[in-house]
Design a protein. Structure first.
Ligand code: MLT
Length: 395
């Protein structure tokens, strides 16, 4: 008789962002005229850069002509895009071998798929609060997941201690959801810990383009020793507004070897089996997004999201609410008022101000009693949300 994957029984009934989107859909169905302010799911609201749009148009035209038409893409990505990624990193002060870059449809997919490299008996540690897919995908694969709790006292930046017994660790810096970002010396401690134990770090760099402080690394490979212990997963979703367009990459250095085997070679084996490559049109879009001209345009959007962060920080300051994030990251993370739990505050904010945020509990048990605002909303909605927050307190 067929046997299903009973590791699904360990999951919450629905995925955090799906639940929030469903809530928004039901509120809209109840009252299509209600002005909901969406600061929940971290989805971008500004359009793609002109350089990206132009590249996509050109690529569509190429696909319309027999001489330039392209069929299957190479599973690991087109050379022009792997080169563009390597060039992008070199502007950050580090240059991977383009062969170490694997082009993907985005970090969300990759964070789950990368688990194929690791046996189900591995112990996975997740500094929490964390992007819920780290935990959920590992539970689905049957691995044991340990939470390393973040809190106000450790700045939501948990560090390994001598008791940490894990084979894989997911790190996200700047962090989703707390917006906190590891300093160079802290990340070096993680790298040294992983190399000492033979563990592997999965570094989620989705928010690196928001970093402004010089002591915060953009890539794990800025740290000596990281090429021997880390996989980096990156995405254009937040850097270039590709949440709906989909493009990212994964770096697996050839120097990353465990049990005498190259993880790079294993991932080549995996991708060439399970994946048919990213569409040509999107790869040209990605190349344009990473070009100096494209990045200059992307940074104008990022500047607007930072401004949203500033407006929300001012609103929280006026309310006397302490928070993390907003500096190197497009998220603000704060304690729910009046001892409310996260989902209670979620309902309260919708009820009183039609503001949709994200309950901290969705990012792990230590997020209970905390709340996240996304800075990716429109400028108008963000300003209106700040005004409504002020009015709630006054009422
Ligand atoms: C979030 O709200 O945390 C993001 O939208 C998650 C993601 O990037 O998938």
């Amino acid at each position: 008789m067929i046997q299903l994957n009973h590791d699904y029984d360990k999951l919450k009934p629905s995925y955090l962002f799906y639940r929030i989107n469903q809530k928004v859909a039901s509120l809209r169905a109840e009252d299509p005229h209600r002005r909901l302010l969406l600061l929940g799911v971290g989805d971008v609201t500004l359009p793609l850069a002109p350089a990206v749009i132009a590249a996509m148009h050109r690529a569509v035209d190429e696909q319309s002509r027999k001489e330039s038409f392209q069929g299957y893409m190479p599973e690991l990505g087109k050379d022009f895009l792997k080169q563009a990624v390597a060039d992008y990193y070199s502007r950050l002060g580090f240059r991977p071998d383009p062969e170490e870059v694997f082009i993907s449809y985005g970090a969300g997919d990759e964070l789950g798929s990368i688990g194929d490299l690791f046996a189900s008996g591995n112990r996975v540690a997740v500094p929490e609060p964390a992007y819920p897919a780290y935990v959920d995908t590992n539970l689905m694969d049957g691995r044991t997941v340990l939470s390393i709790p973040g809190n106000w006292d450790n700045g939501f930046l948990p560090m390994p201690d001598e008791n940490l017994d894990a084979d894989l660790v997911y790190l996200c810096s700047p962090n989703n959801p707390t917006g906190a970002a590891y300093r160079r010396s802290q990340l070096q401690t993680w790298v040294d810990w992983a190399n000492a134990l033979g563990a592997v770090l999965i570094f989620d760099a989705a928010y690196e383009a928001f970093i402004i402080q010089p002591d915060v690394p953009h890539s794990i490979y800025e740290l000596p020793g990281a090429r021997e212990c880390a996989i980096e997963i990156a995405s254009l979703s937040k850097t270039a507004g590709f949440t709906g367009t989909r493009l990212g990459w994964t770096v697996i250095p050839k120097a990353l070897v465990r049990e005498g085997r190259s993880l790079h070679a294993m991932w080549v084996r995996n991708r060439t089996t399970r994946f048919n490559g990213v569409s040509y049109i999107l790869q040209r879009a990605g190349e344009a997004a990473l070009s100096p001209e494209g990045m200059e345009q992307n940074l104008l959007n990022i500047k607007q999201y930072r401004e949203n962060g500033r407006i929300l920080m001012q609103a929280l300051d006026r309310l006397g609410v302490s928070y993390t994030g907003g500096v190197n990251a497009p998220y603000l993370w704060f304690r729910c008022p009046n001892g409310m739990d996260s989902w209670e505050f979620f309902d309260f904010l919708i009820d009183r101000a039609s503001i949709v945020g994200t309950p901290g509990e969705g990012f792990g048990a230590c997020g209970e009693g905390w709340f996240r605002f996304s800075c990716f909303g429109s400028a108008e909605d963000t300003a209106e949300a700040a005004a409504r927050l002020g009015r709630i307190q006054g009422s």
